[in-house]
Design a protein around this ligand. Structure first.
Ligand code: URA
Length: 219
């Protein structure tokens, strides 16, 4: 069974993870009455599942090992190491699942808030590992809505020397996907679903509401 499919014909760098477990858990996250604890737990599980897909192209190298029975040439992750970069604050809600997969990954943070009038991102925080330019970066934010924050974060990360990035989100809008693909066609997008579109407040519809508020129990 094919668990993933490109979102649009001719764009193999927009990956929608159509695995039944992913879709089931996303549905639970969308539901209005899902509690904060359950929402957080589902975000962790989903990020692990789509992280698996986002890391599909990581390079491997041969390594000589000994099993209890005989020596063998096995494979391990090669060369470039990983950095997970959270777009604050909601990005933090999907770090843990990814860290379950790659516990030694370095972590960076980009703080951007959305100006409520213009919906444009404003940077207020940036902290990255010194060698971020030598790492494969997974840039994470649960929601790819207008795409403005993702584009601004990736602009900034490129300035800081990042050359290889994948954008990982739980839910995207068609507008956000188009915006990010246009600004950064070299950055693959991995998501659980692409919804109908944005409303006048920049929320994804039907969506799952405000991911940050639902993750952290704020309003
Ligand atoms: N951010 C969210 O948390 N939800 C949306 O629908 C859009 C942006």
């Amino acid at each position: 069974m094919n668990m993933t499919e490109p979102a649009a014909p001719h764009d193999e760098d927009v990956i929608v993870v159509n695995h039944p477990l992913v879709q089931h858990k996303l549905t639970l996250m969308r539901e209005r009455d899902t509690s904060t604890g359950a929402f957080r737990h589902l975000a962790r599980e989903l990020s692990l599942l789509i992280g698996y897909e986002a890391m599909r192209d990581l390079p491997l190298e041969p390594v000589e090992i000994e099993t209890p029975l005989e020596p063998m040439q096995a494979r391990r992750l090669a060369g470039k190491k990983l950095c997970l970069i959270s777009i604050l604050r909601a990005g933090n809600g999907i770090l843990d699942g990814l860290l379950d997969l790659v516990p030694s990954a370095r972590i960076g943070h980009v703080g951007l808030y959305r100006d409520p009038e213009t919906l444009e991102p404003v940077e207020y925080y940036l902290k990255l590992p010194d060698d971020v330019g030598n790492r494969i970066c997974l840039v994470v934010d649960p929601m790819l809505a207008t795409g403005h924050s993702a584009v601004a974060a990736i602009d900034r990360l490129k300035q800081a020397g990042c050359t290889r990035m994948v954008f990982v989100c739980l839910l995207a809008s068609p507008e956000g996907v188009a915006c990010l693909r246009k600004a950064h066609p070299d950055v693959r997008i991995v998501t659980c679903a692409i919804d109908r579109g944005l409303d006048e407040h920049g929320y994804i519809r039907p969506g799952l509401g405000d991911a940050g508020d639902r993750l952290f129990g704020t309003k």
